[in-house]
Design a protein around this ligand. Structure first.
Ligand SMILES: *Cc1c(COP(=O)(O)O)cnc(C)c1O
Length: 229
């Protein structure tokens, strides 16, 4: 394959990626926010390295994975080839996987309890690597969902900082059956109260709403890569 053929193919390999980028730009403009205000975290779970190569060929560098083990099988080689990749952990983290997460991920979005803050701090001290973290907030107080309660957020942020973690912001996943806008607004208010600037909120079904509510990072999977099986 000639170089021209390869790039022509890769430019169209993931039409969803171009579409999502255009929708993000439109949502930023509609909210009178600057272009680039919301970073696209391409959620690549269940898709293999070949699909990631297509996204990389289209200039995507920020990715999200929800399982440490799956990410370990896919990303080390890709990161070696593209050192500018920024990999976010967006799924629940067990304390016994903290060291693995610290070694591989560049942002850990799912800090939600003091025990995990302690495990991450220990792992970071040992690794000499300190990826920033976000605190996941369970804005809908759903029993089955990870995240700390809104009322516990300030305390957890303070504890994490006392342990030496770099807390950059907050993350949430609103209840699937509710209007997400009030949840995004709550997350923004909490972040403002705590002086935090990063807001990871919005997925394929609601990222435009999240951008209107101030998201700095949107985590979008199926709208880019297609429906997961
Ligand atoms: C899978 C996942 C996403 C992306 O979901 P889509 O609806 O496919 O865009 C975003 N955030 C988290 C935490 C996820 O697990």
């Amino acid at each position: 394959m000639t170089h021209d053929t390869a790039s022509a193919l890769s430019a169209t390999a993931l039409p969803g990626l171009a579409q999502v980028r255009a929708r993000i730009a439109a949502a930023e403009a509609a909210a009178a926010r600057p272009h680039g205000a919301a970073t696209l975290v391409a959620v690549s779970k269940t898709y293999g390295a070949e699909v990631m190569e297509q996204a990389l060929a289209q200039g995507q560098r920020v990715f999200g994975e929800n399982r440490v083990q799956e990410a370990q099988g896919k990303w080390p080689a890709l990161k070696a080839a593209h050192p500018d990749i920024v990999l976010h952990l967006i799924g629940p983290l067990q304390t016994n996987k903290a060291a693995d997460a610290v070694a591989l991920f560049d942002v850990i979005e799912t800090l939600d309890r003091p025990k995990l803050a302690q495990a991450l701090a220990r792992a970071m001290d040992q690794a000499g690597r300190r990826p920033p973290v976000l605190v996941q907030v369970n804005t809908g107080l759903e029993e089955q969902k990870a995240g700390c309660a809104p009322a516990e957020t300030a305390g957890l942020v303070e504890q994490a900082r006392a342990l030496g973690l770099t807390v950059q912001g907050l993350m949430c996943i609103p209840p699937a059956d509710q209007d997400p806008a009030p949840h995004f607004a709550l997350l923004r208010t909490l972040a403002e109260q705590l002086g935090l600037t990063t807001l990871s909120m919005g997925m394929s079904g609601d990222f435009e709403t999240a951008i209107a509510e101030g998201a700095t990072h949107v985590r979008v999977g199926s709208a880019i890569f297609g429906h997961r099986t």
